[in-house]
Design a protein. Sequence first.
Length: 346
Amino acid sequence: MKIVVDAMGGDNAPFINVEGAIQYLNDPKSVGEVILVGQEAAIQQELQSHSLSNPRLHTQHASQIVGMDESPTRSYKEKKDSSIRVGIEMVKAGQADAFISAGNTGATMTYSLLSLGRIQGVDRPAIGAFMPHEEGATLLLDVGAIAEAKPKNLLQFGIMGSIVHRQITKKEAPRVALMSNGEESDKGTPLVRESKRLMEAADINFQGYAEGRDIFNNKFDVIVTDGFTGNVALKLAESTFQTLFTMIKSRLDRPSRLIGARLIKPVFTELVGIFDPNNSGASPLLGIKGISLIAHGSSNAKAIKNACFEAQRLINSNLIDAIEQEITASLSNITYTDMDEEIIRH
């Protein structure tokens, strides 16, 4: 099992990527090899500070870096030796099993799509994120790959989400729902209502509409939305939890509450860990013929370590084979209309 890490991606590269890779390799639960791809001199400088010699750690030189604000399509044409492109090409060539980057999200998505290709039956990829709750986690997708989606895109996201959830959690017939502004059947935008028609005809356990509050309960296993809405929901959730924990901590630091603070500290620490985005590491790009994971630009070393473990889990789940084998069957009863092929903006 070989996992490629984009050493040059993210706000604090290459330090956090090298440190995260080392943390992964030092963890007794890790079984994969890590290939750090990027500018060799910068990577070696970081490695020397750790005095590390591990036969499961390798490097691959790539002379160029894709900036966070660069055009994905232009950089794909002009930067053929970028760390993102070299890493993804290694997956395509069978030299690695997964790719991870905390760099330019659009570039990682574009390069993955152009280099690895789409799974048959999938028109556009989606980014999936597991959102924790008391009884497990809800898979939310798309959280950023496609800002404006077509009805058929949301249908395909629902099918892929069902397959991913089942492969990873082993739960049969995951409950799938569409994000809307109410549970009633007449709610939702034209995009949501048309997507509902498609999902009702698909071979999935479709449960109807979900509301924003359902992301963090156990009502559904998979919630589907467009990338704009999903990304806003994801960032809002992360910010809300961070603000809430900060506010609680500041109030518990007051002298009159120190005894109570000591009593609830273990619970508080546990909850902070559950909702820390660095514990999930990275989100998989679903619908492409390979495992490509997107991490936050602000990821720390723990996030990169956990992204490697997420890659390890996805490789072991045979996820790509499962999607390829099942999505065609799930779409067999679907007939697309002209509206299903269009971006609906009204």
